[in-house]
Write a protein of this length. Structure first.
Length: 55
């Protein structure tokens, strides 16, 4: 039997995934594929990298 492990990451430390989830939830599409970093995420990714936050 597989075991699952859950780790809580606050929204503030997980901003990239939070923004992606919001973008997808606002869409009617069943699936979305992002091939490039979206303009909305560029600043968040830069901040996360600069502060060594999980992205």
């Amino acid at each position: 039997m597989e075991q699952w492990e859950f780790k809580y990451i606050s929204r503030e430390r997980n901003q990239v995934q939070d923004r992606l989830a919001k973008l997808v939830s606002e869409s009617n599409a069943t699936m979305q594929v992002f091939e490039k970093v979206l303009e909305e995420l560029v600043a968040v990714v830069d901040i996360a990298r600069a502060t060594n936050t999980n992205i």
